[in-house]
Write a protein that binds this ligand. Structure first.
Ligand code: PLP
Length: 352
């Protein structure tokens, strides 16, 4: 099978003969079943969709490959995006892959070190502006209207189209849609994309039902929970530090049409979920991703999601991108003498 989202799901995407079939091997990420958390919550099953295994370490690659292929098809020479980090990493990589120029506009001081580094190593022009993600997005929207450059934020409809393939993969791998799909919500493109993907598969009789969509926001950046934009969003989960989501209506539709919910959790709950995923499940995701687990746990605890449900949690990006978020939770290396006895004593090992 040819690698990549464009080849695997061509008939579901707005691409044709003239669209270059570019790829960095995105998509086809595993759905890994939980070892302990499904039982702890009383769920019939819980799978983690490991989107951190995409080429640049987040789900953004699924939509970016479509947006960049369409930009090439349309003769564009340059792409631009505003980003909390992962969009810029992905845009920079795909631009490098196909020889386009990339400009990324990031909130000053608001992006994780690994994500910034990715944009830099791939040769994007990285511009940092005051005012947070929402201001950066307004800026690049105006830029793309007045200058010859393609905007590759999720307001570009090709991004959403590409991202819906993750919903296809879940159904293809598990054999049907889950009862519940838990997902972090920032700019709300991804929850919009999954909901579209499930609906398209349902209409084509690929799955027997639709999941309830459970969206996760951080308490300090929860416009969809509050029902109004947040002027100065704050959270350790920088990928969802967004106060005025571009796909607001898409998120509300996904929630309401699926009889789901969108709720918020504190930064402490997010970091605790991230820590337990690492220690108890062997999965290191970034804080924003862990918000989906924290909100799912909250919803099950409150009885809003039935025990006995089959759930999938979308872990949107890899934890390696944001070492600063976890540095306070990890122990420093222990200095020992370079002898077997000293190491055994430090590890508390019994003799053989
Ligand atoms: C972009 C991103 C999100 C939020 O997705 P939206 O489509 O903006 O709602 C969540 N987690 C990670 C790791 C991301 O990169």
């Amino acid at each position: 099978m040819t690698a990549g989202v464009l080849s695997r799901y061509a008939e579901w995407l707005p691409i044709g003969e003239a669209t270059p079939r570019i790829s960095l091997g995105e998509g086809a990420t595993p759905c890994v079943s939980s070892r302990v958390m499904a039982q702890q919550m009383g769920l019939a099953s819980l799978h983690f969709k490991l989107e951190g295994l995409n080429p640049t370490g987040s789900f953004k690659d699924r939509g970016m490959v479509v947006a960049v292929a369409k930009a090439l098809e349309q003769g564009s020479r340059a792409i631009v995006c505003a980003s909390t980090g992962n969009t810029s990493a992905s845009a920079a990589a795909y631009a490098a892959r196909v020889g386009l120029r990339a400009g990324v506009v990031v909130p000053a001081g608001g992006i994780a070190s690994g994500k910034l580094l990715q944009a830099q190593v791939h040769g994007a022009a990285v511009l940092s502006v005051r005012g947070g993600f929402d201001a950066a997005l307004r800026l690049v929207r105006e830029l793309s209207e007045r200058y010859a450059v393609t905007l590759v934020n999720s307001v570009n409809p090709h991004r959403i189209e590409g991202q819906k393939t993750a919903a296809f993969e879940i159904v293809d791998e598990l054999g049907d849609a889950p009862d519940v799909l838990a997902i972090p919500v920032g700019n709300a493109g991804n929850i919009t994309a999954y909901w579209r993907g499930f609906r398209e598969y349902r209409a084509a009789h690929r799955c027997s039902h639709l999941p309830r969509m459970v969206g996760a926001q951080a308490a300090g950046a929860a416009p969809l929970v509050l029902g109004e934009p947040v002027a100065d969003p704050m959270t350790v989960a920088s990928a969802i530090r967004i106060g005025n989501p571009a796909s607001w209506q898409g998120a509300v539709d996904a929630r309401d049409e699926s009889e789901g919910l969108i709720d918020s959790v504190t930064d402490d709950a997010i970091l605790d979920a991230q820590d337990r995923l690492a220690r108890e499940e062997g999965i290191f995701c970034e804080p924003a991703s862990a918000a989906s687990l924290a909100v799912l746990e909250k919803a099950v605890g409150a009885g809003a999601i039935a025990r006995g449900a089959h759930a999938v949690c979308v872990l949107t990006g890899t934890g390696l991108k944001d070492p600063a978020a976890v540095s306070a939770k990890v122990a420093p290396p222990v200095d020992v003498e370079p002898t077997a006895d000293a190491v055994a004593a430090a590890l508390g090992l019994p003799r053989a």
